[in-house]
Design a protein around this ligand. Structure first.
Ligand SMILES: Cc1cc2nc3c(=O)[nH]c(=O)nc-3n(C[C@H](O)[C@H](O)[C@H](O)COP(=O)(O)O)c2cc1C
Length: 203
């Protein structure tokens, strides 16, 4: 049994990053971690969401998922972020959340969190690495310890081989093209393992 507390924090309009988050939860629980799956606050106007059936369905599917707060960041030893790409960047909803953590950052409470990130895009080369780097840039400012999957397990090659973090292509039908479940679970387990090492060293 691990004593690691992991927050999986996502934004998802079409459900993909919610699914990736649930697979990460599974992997981390198998590694013995205590896990919270959390969404960031939606910022889009309700009228816009109402006009999009897929978006509306995701809002409904995630209605019982708690909205992440600063307390969750303080609670967590490790964090996995999961976001769709937005023109090669994280979505504004996630950026808004990060940008409201100045208070935690200023009191040193973001230091040594072990972090990792996942993403999705419509195109195989639609900005996956850039999106992951946009998250990792903020994490460097947090003093977080970035634990990427690299090529630490053969399952990564089967999922498209992204060493920055698991990424998946979403087809026109909204379905994932690559089978990334095993890579997500591996990434989650690795994040928990690295967090265990860090916790042990700090005891
Ligand atoms: C405003 C906007 C910008 C996007 N930019 C890109 C892009 O640059 N490249 C790309 O491949 N997909 C892009 N997409 C597609 C999303 O990344 C894709 O729908 C998403 O990964 C699906 O994840 P979700 O189901 O969790 O929402 C964009 C979508 C939106 C709404």
């Amino acid at each position: 049994m691990s004593n690691v507390k992991l927050a999986v924090i996502f934004y998802s309009m079409g459900g993909t990053n919610y699914q990736l988050s649930k697979w990460a939860e599974e992997g981390a629980k198998e590694a013995g971690a205590e896990v919270k799956v959390l969404k960031v606050q939606e910022l889009a106007p309700e009228s816009v969401i109402e006009g999009n059936e897929v978006w509306k369905a995701t809002v409904e599917a995630t209605k019982d998922v708690p909205v992440v707060t600063s307390d969750d960041i303080e609670w967590a030893d490790a964090i996995i972020f999961s976001v769709p790409t937005r023109f090669g960047n994280m979505p504004s909803q996630m950026k808004q959340f990060l940008d409201t953590q100045g208070g935690l950052w200023a009191t040193g409470k973001t230091i040594n969190k072990v972090v990792s990130a996942m993403t999705s895009a419509q195109n195989p080369h639609g900005g996956q690495e850039a999106t992951l780097l946009s998250l990792y840039t903020s994490m460097m400012h947090w003093g977080a310890i970035i634990a990427t999957p690299g090529y630490t397990d053969p399952v990564i090659f089967g999922a498209g081989g992204n060493p920055y973090g698991t990424s998946v292509t979403v087809g026109q039908d909204g379905k994932m093209i690559e089978d990334v479940q095993a890579a997500v679970k591996h990434q989650a387990k690795r994040t928990v393992t690295v967090a265990e090492w860090v916790k042990k060293a700090n005891q």
